[in-house]
Structure formats: C-alpha cells, structure tokens
Design a protein around this ligand. Structure first.
Ligand code: DGY
Length: 331
C-alpha cells in the first residue's frame, strides 16, 4: 500500500508549539517560526503551490489574492472564529472551501467582555495606574475618591445573541445585570427563560434603555457601522459601550466624539477599525480614564489557542479524507 501524500499546508503566523508539532507530523507544513507577518507577495507565491492556506485575522484574503490561487489550492482553513478577513464568496466561486474555528473561543471572549465592563465601570486601569505611575497621588482611602459605577442591578443590551453574546449574557446575569438583546432573530424560548432576557426587535429602542451596550455580532456588510453616529447618540449619557467583536461594527469616529462630549460615559474596546493602529484620540481618552483599551486579546488564552489549532487540524484532515469539514463556512 502506498502512503497517502501529505497535503502541503502554509501557515501564515506562529502557532502554539503543540499545534505546530502536530501539524509537522500530519502535513507537509510550512510554518512561520519567527512570526514575521507574511507579505502579500509571499501569500501569492504560497497559494500558487500549496494545497491549504492557514491564515489568521491579520491576513487579508480578498478576491484579488484568491484569484492568484493555483488549481491545487482547495482549502482555506482559517485559524480564527471570524471570517471577515476572507472573501468567502470569491473562494467558493473558485471551488475553494473555507473553514474556521468556532466555539473554542466563546468563553474566553465572553470573559474579556465582562472584564472590560468591570474595568470601565470600576476604573480598574485608572486605579492601578495611580499606584504604578503616580504612587504619591494616593493618600489613602477616601469616601469620594475614584468612584465608579455599580454593575449590579443595571441593564445590559447585547447586540448579537449568538454563542458569544449568550455566554456574555450568562456572565452578566451572574453579576446582577438584567439581560436585553437585539438579534436578527429571537433565541429559543428556553434560553430566553434561563437568562430572563428581553428581546428588542428595535436596536434603537434597546440602545436608549440600557446601561451597558455589548457588541457581539459578526462583522458582515450588514453590520458595518451598525452602531452608527445616529444610533450611538441614542445611548444614555451614563451608559458605556464594550466591543470584543470587530472594530468596523461601530462608527469609531462618532463614538470618539460622543465620548469626548461626555454624551456616553465610557468604552471598553478590544477591537478597532484599523488594527493594529489605534486612533490617537482613543489613546488620549484611555489616558484620561473613561476608556479601557486592549490589543485584540479576547481569545488570547493558552487553552483557547491550542483548541483553535486542533480545530484547524481536524478541518484539514476531514477535508483530505474526502468528507465535509466540521467547520465549513458557507458563502
Ligand atoms: C477570531 O478568531 O475571530 C478572533 O477575533 C481572534 O481573537
């Protein structure tokens, strides 16, 4: 019996060691050991000869790039949950299957969402900075110093009640927030009952009534600037917005203006419109204290990243065994 030829797999970023070891065993894998971002030309050269591309959210796999793929290129197995960096329609037109890594980063991203809610409302980064950067400014406990906003008893409005939105809702409920959500369709009655969740068909009406807005929907053409200037202006001046989904779902410039005008109270952001660059006005607001910024770390846990790698491997193996990969993304 002749041994089956291993698929040629091109991985664009450094992955956890355990994942790379497994990939080396199973595939003819080209790794990126020093994690130098691949250039467009390198990607083009790769897809002309490999069978599988393993990109991440930092690679732009658009129609023009996909058009350069050789006839042997059959699979884009993304190391990511989101697929907004891939033109899935263009891939389908060219007979290339796309897969992603859902589920395994749900809980970690939900944790980051709650961490940001707490950090903004309880001024965690500000308080910490007093001790690390200006220790002399702390003269001891004071009844009126560094007061934040209570979480318990407030209302959270979740925009996008998929897996991550639902995981956020479970945590928020445990923190005493009442759950409100807007979604393309209502979640099943059992989940609504478990979360004691109120469904808002109108996003506008929900935004005007909640204390915390949590953005948890995917980035698609339909959700681009879903939180537009007009909608953001509906939020209450005491409310905050948290985004662990994608930067382009919020009109960032409009949000910054509302924050500067104190027409919304704060923001906790893990994602930005033009990553990895962050609008300097946001950095200034973060220094002033009403904004907490994280560098896209929602899924950044050791466990999560290994599980994402495992999913990539399963998708590739299943595909080359001639079956439909479990995490196929449909156009
Ligand atoms: C993803 O995989 O889509 C995440 O944004 C990475 O954290």
């Amino acid at each position: 019996m002749t041994a089956k030829k291993k698929p040629k797999v091109y991985i664009t970023r450094k992955l956890p060691d355990a994942v790379e070891t497994r990939m080396r065993e199973l595939f003819d894998a080209e790794l990126n050991i020093d994690d130098t971002p691949r250039t467009r030309d390198e990607l083009i050269t790769a897809i002309r000869s490999v069978d599988v591309l393993v990109p991440t959210v930092t690679d732009r796999i658009d129609e023009a790039l996909i058009a350069q793929a050789g006839p042997q290129m059959k699979l884009i197995a993304s190391f990511s949950n989101g697929t907004d960096h891939i033109d899935v329609d263009a891939a389908a037109r060219q007979g290339i299957t796309v897969t992603n890594t859902p589920n395994v980063l749900t809980e970690d991203t939900a944790d980051m969402t709650v961490a940001l809610i707490l950090a903004v409302n309880r001024r965690l980064t500000e308080g910490s900075r007093v001790l690390t950067d200006h220790p002399g400014d702390w003269s001891g406990w004071s009844p009126t110093w560094m007061l934040g906003r209570r979480i318990w008893g407030k209302r959270i409005g979740i925009v996008g009640m998929g897996r991550i939105g639902t995981a956020v809702a479970r945590r928020a409920k445990a923190f005493g927030l009442s759950i409100h959500y807007h979604n393309r369709k209502r979640v099943n009655p059992a989940t609504e009952e478990e979360l004691e969740a109120t469904y808002w068909d109108s996003l506008d009406q929900m935004l005007a009534r909640v204390d915390v807005v949590s953005v948890n929907c995917p980035s698609t053409p339909a959700t681009f600037h879903l939180l537009s200037a007009r909608r953001l202006a509906l939020m209450q001046p005491t409310s905050i917005i948290v985004n662990t989904a994608r930067g382009d779902i919020i009109d960032e410039a409009a949000m910054i203006q509302l924050l500067r005008d104190q027409r919304i109270a704060g923001a906790g952001l893990d994602v930005y419109q033009n990553e990895p660059s962050v609008n300097p006005k946001l950095l200034k607001l973060a220094k002033e204290g009403r904004v907490v910024l994280m560098p896209h770390m929602g899924s950044a846990t050791i466990e999560g990243r290994i599980e994402m790698g495992d999913k990539v491997i399963i998708n590739i193996r299943t595909f080359f065994d001639g079956h439909r990969p479990p995490n196929r993304v449909l156009p």
